[in-house]
Ligand binder design. Structure first.
Ligand SMILES: Nc1ncnc2c1ncn2[C@@H]1O[C@H](COP(=O)(O)OP(=O)(O)OP(=O)(O)O)[C@@H](O)[C@H]1O
Ligand SMILES: CC(C)(CO)[C@@H](O)C(=O)[O-]
Ligand code: BAL
Length: 299
């Protein structure tokens, strides 16, 4: 595994790997992350290892996707541990740029995906997705991957990036990977480290609310969008520390809102239930997708 910190060496290394294949089709897989790696990230690396010949991991805490009052400065970082995990997962190249390497001057160009970014985290974190799409486009230009692996924990990010590559004819295939959870249901997240013991315990309400919502829909005990929302809010409300940012039921991947009175089994699209909830200073997100077949299963 080699560690690269500048863009010229990165480009040269990728070029050489392709050249060394003497015309054979080399699949380059990119796993973009902000570091402080956990098993969710490892699952992306494993998927990349399986599907690509060269696996590139990027570790970069991207300042332009953080709002002024967010946690850019305190975001957890541990390069040594990250490199050990990447090595174990068979990564070939780790790209770890500094902010100065990624943004040598003021950024005057940005990539903005409209519509899909107006709800959920896009509404709660203005400018966040412009920062994500801009940095991911830069990483795509630097690495020129054939495949790029992203976790469905950030489902809106996946939808936005799929739209970006489609709209801009970027020659990269976005590979969504399933959410990895702790045994008790909590979705792995670098920010879980911020949680106190009590917050960690109460945060389990998110996965529980999603699981209960799924079984209420598939068994037909909840039939309307409005009842589903009420059930979710009630479950989350059982946690005294939970402060709801959003509870949304939308189509996926279009992220279109639904009429509250709509009967769930008349909706002819896949759905997503997406949650963002604060526990103390920590904002957690989680989601579950409901395939239209399972929503239509009840009569
Ligand atoms: N539990 C998880 N399961 C699957 N993929 C995940 C999980 N957590 C993060 N990822 C994915 O890893 C990639 C990098 O995410 P990032 O480095 O921001 O980690 P994170 O744990 O989501 O951090 P944060 O706490 O900042 O949300 C993203 O594609 C993200 O969706
Ligand atoms: C895709 C990403 C690495 C861009 O900074 C980030 O948004 C993340 O970690 O999900
Ligand atoms: N995984 C999302 C990155 C962020 O919260 O900024």
């Amino acid at each position: 595994m080699i560690v690269i910190r500048d863009t010229a060496t990165l480009r040269e290394e990728i070029k050489q790997r392709r050249r060394a294949a003497l015309g054979a089709d080399v699949q380059v897989g990119l796993v973009p992350t902000m570091g402080y790696l956990h098993d969710g990230h490892a699952s992306l690396m494993r998927a990349a290892r399986k599907q690509s010949d060269v696996v590139v991991l990027s570790i970069f805490v991207n300042p332009i996707q953080f709002g002024p009052n967010e946690d850019f400065d305190s975001y957890p970082r541990d390069e040594e541990r990250d490199l050990a995990l990447a090595e174990r997962e068979g990564v070939d190249i780790v790209f770890i740029p500094t902010v100065e390497v990624m943004y040598p001057g003021p950024t005057k160009t940005k990539i903005q995906v409209s519509g899909l970014t107006s709800r959920l985290c896009g509404a709660s974190r203005p400018g966040h997705f412009d920062g994500v799409t801009t940095v991911v486009a830069k990483l795509f230009n630097l690495v020129q991957p054939d495949l790029a692996f992203f976790g469905m924990k950030d489902a809106q990010q996946v939808a936005v990036l799929q739209q970006m590559v489609q709209d801009l004819n970027m020659p990269v295939h976005i590979v969504p990977c399933p959410i990895v959870r702790e045994e008790d249901g909590l979705a792995l997240s670098s920010r879980n480290v911020y949680l106190s013991e009590e917050e960690r315990e109460q945060a389990l309400v998110l996965s529980r609310a999603l699981r209960e919502a799924e079984s209420a829909v598939t068994s037909g005990t909840v039939k309307q969008v409005t009842d589903l929302r009420r059930q979710l809010e009630q479950t989350i409300g059982t946690s005294s520390l939970a402060l709801i940012d959003y509870v949304e039921i939308l189509t996926f991947p279009g992220l279109e809102p639904l009429d509250e009175n709509m009967l769930l089994n008349t909706i002819d699209q896949d759905l997503i239930i997406a949650l963002a909830v604060k526990f103390g200073r920590t904002r957690l997100i989680d989601n579950i997708r409901l395939q239209k077949a399972e929503v239509h299963a009840y009569v």
